[in-house]
Design a protein around this ligand. Structure first.
Ligand code: SF4
Length: 380
């Protein structure tokens, strides 16, 4: 990297100097699948953001889809048109056999260009060398904050892995959250990483989450008043470190806003484009809007749907029956015109185009729907 390499600005206050990791490029384009291989982790960082339904649970998810068999994982990758996969947890090296299996599975199914990177807290040369041989392209070491510095003495294991990795044919970097009160230690660590010659450093904005909120408040961290869930001081320090880092250290600051508003949105847009039914309306945020009718349990759903479709002149591509959710889905515009004449609750529903189809909002379109919504509020 030239000594005067410019700082590149990205949306939502993110920035970088020097080349970006291919994994980060794919992530920004929404082309990286997130493979969560286990929630179990022995490190228990106070800022750990892993959600309560995954934290310390030995579960596997591909994006939002629970993985029970290999086909679940491959389906999810195909559904979003993944160009690569980021392997995360918990600590993936705690289940290294499982990770090696997935590395081989993804490479053999999608080819060598399917880029694979992995996050880990464990500086374990033997496991990482094994994964490199299986096809892993890149790893990112999460060095604990109490070891930030010259990586001698207690931090030596991290230094040794970073120094040895090039011989295994794998890219290696460091990815850590920016703790604003640790500026001196962080600057010393960056100097060390530059001396080692790591391929890149990724700085993440320290952010509040459902899981870590109480612990962060207990330690005196406060919310950045500007927006989002970032911790006050984290962003400003990260931006200064990107500007002031040494000339031989590719460095990238990824804000919490960038993760939500750019990476996640891009992935949702890709998934919506590939999976939403043709009658659905797609929003600029990547969500999908459907018209939904929810007949009661006694109704023969397919028969009722085809009778209503005939009456209103809907073709077979204009609606679909979701037997599992006991509902009929169609274009919201069509349903708005027909809702008043239906005996069952009709709604306009906005959902994520993800495997869990998380519902963002639902709006009643007729009296029956209003009555149900009112009863639901009254019942809480
Ligand atoms: S290493 Fe990662 S998963 Fe483990 S406790 Fe720390 S932040 Fe959480």
């Amino acid at each position: 990297m030239p000594p005067d390499a410019p700082v590149h600005l990205l949306p939502m206050a993110s920035s970088y100097r020097g080349p970006l990791s291919p994994a980060c490029t794919q992530c920004a384009e929404g082309r990286k699948m997130v493979l969560f291989v286990t929630g179990v982790c022995r490190f228990r960082c106070f800022y750990c953001p892993v959600s309560p339904n995954r934290n310390q649970k030995d579960v596997v998810y591909a994006n939002e889809r629970r993985v029970y068999r290999d086909e679940d994982l491959l389906d999810e990758a195909r559904t979003m048109g993944a160009g690569g996969t980021g392997i995360t947890g918990g600590d993936p090296l705690g289940v290294v056999d499982r990770v090696e299996h997935y590395v081989r599975l993804l490479k053999s199914t999608f080819g060598p260009s399917h880029h694979l990177h992995l996050y880990t807290h464990e500086p374990n040369a033997e496991k990482l060398r094994r994964l490199a041989a299986a096809g892993l392209d890149e790893f990112r070491l999460h060095i604990p904050h109490y070891l930030w510095g010259p990586l001698t003495a207690d931090g030596r294991a991290y230094r040794e892995v970073l120094e040895a990795a090039p011989a295994w044919g794998i890219r290696r970097g460091v990815e850590i959250p920016v703790l604003p009160e640790k500026e001196a230690e962080l600057r010393r660590l960056l100097k060390t990483l530059e001396e080692i010659g790591v391929d890149f450093v990724n700085l993440n904005e320290l952010e509040f989450s459902e899981t870590n909120e109480a612990k962060l408040h207990d330690r005196g961290y406060a919310l950045d008043p500007r927006r989002g869930w970032g911790v006050r001081g984290s962003r400003a320090l990260a931006q200064a470190l990107v500007r002031e880092s040494g000339p031989a250290l590719p460095i990238h600051y990824c804000s919490s806003g960038f993760k939500d508003s750019v990476q996640m949105r891009q992935r949702l847009l890709r998934q919506a484009e590939r999976t939403a039914p043709t009658f659905a309306e797609r929003t600029p945020d990547g969500t999908v809007v459907l018209g939904v009718v929810e007949p009661d349990g006694a109704v023969d759903l397919p028969r009722w749907a085809s009778r209503i479709a005939r009456r209103h002149g809907w073709g077979p591509d204009d609606y679909r029956v979701d037997v599992a959710r006991r509902r009929v889905e169609l274009a919201p515009g069509r349903l708005r015109g027909a809702a008043d004449g239906l005996p069952w609750p009709a709604f306009e529903v906005e959902v994520y185009p993800t495997a869990d189809a998380l519902e963002v909002e639902r709006t009643p379109l007729n009296r029956a729907a209003l009555a149900r919504a009112t009863a639901a509020v009254g019942g809480t």
